[in-house]
Design a binder for this molecule. Sequence first.
Ligand SMILES: [Zn+2]
Length: 401
Amino acid sequence: MTPIINGTPATAAAGKRIATASGVKPARAAAKAASATTKVQTAKVKATPAKPVPSAKRARAAAKAASPGEKVQTAKVKAAPAKVKAQPAKAAGSVKAAGGAKTRVKTQTVISIDVGGTGMKCALVDSKHRVLHTERHATGRERGFEAVVGTIIDVAKGLAKRADVSAIGVVVPGIVDETNGILRFSANLGARDFPLRDTVTQALGMPVAIGHDVRAGGLAEAKLGAGAGRSQVLFVPIGTGIAAAHVVNGIVATGAHGAAGEIGHIVVRPNGPQCGCGQRGCLESVASAASLQRRYTELSGKTKTAAQVSATLKRDKRAAQVWDEVVDALSDGLLTGQALYDTELIIIGGGLAESGETLLGPLRESLAKKVTFHRVPEIMKAKLGDEAGCLGAALMALELT
Ligand SMILES: [Zn+2]
């Protein structure tokens, strides 16, 4: 089990909940965790009656005035403490201890939703970065993007009933204008110029941050994962595609048009394989997990997943050849990245990073051979796995509270 955050035991426990709640553990355990947290928050609110109203609450009050629908939601939130009373004191006590019941600082809780092409990862995360509850839902993109947005709103409303939430972070794949909260284009979700932030804000009546999934993942890895404590980080997830997020002192570069970090479309093999973007020989067309599989089949006539190729390098000559090609192309791409960004740490994520040192060892060697005047960056495996985007969405939402 990968610890979610370098921090307190409470954080590690929260990380455990991620893995279990998203997989086999009954929903009851997750509900219990969320309810227990609600109790802590309720207790804290009672203990600090004189505390000034947080800015998020003011925002909600303003939104309430603008939206009659908010009344329903307020009633639902008020109903939450009754449910909490049924929980065993032990559970609530342990959370209290972890959260520091005697401190007078009220923790904020936010909703985070990472919308992928096939599934949505959703969570409640507090301002100490503890994951209180997780859920997964199907994206159902075949229904059209408006229906997907309907699901995002329904899921957020459901999560808002579980805790006193202050803000929402939603991250999506594609070209995202984070400043204006508009999803400019997403091939995965079939969306174009959709005012996602305003739509979700109107439906939920609270502040909403909209972000790009990879940039959000990079933010989380840089702040809470493999890059914790580092100031200059490049996060490169390698899966079906290849992208990057450049994080400097906790801020991710978005680019002027919301399209920064497309390292997968650096041409590393002129006249090479056709890329989905229309160009030939992009890094993604040679070194993504999907391209690796395609190339293996081309050479051997057989089918292997990227993980199977990685596991059979010593006994399968074709697998070793494909692996070498992928590593060579990746180090070309990272060399360009290093020339542009001069980072101290490159964090490799995505499915291909699961090969661990089988990938990272040769990649370090290959990059070290190619650098001239550049400083060789450290290369590490991502720590947060596929929860990075969801945690990044939470970090973005917490900035609004
Ligand atoms: Zn391309």
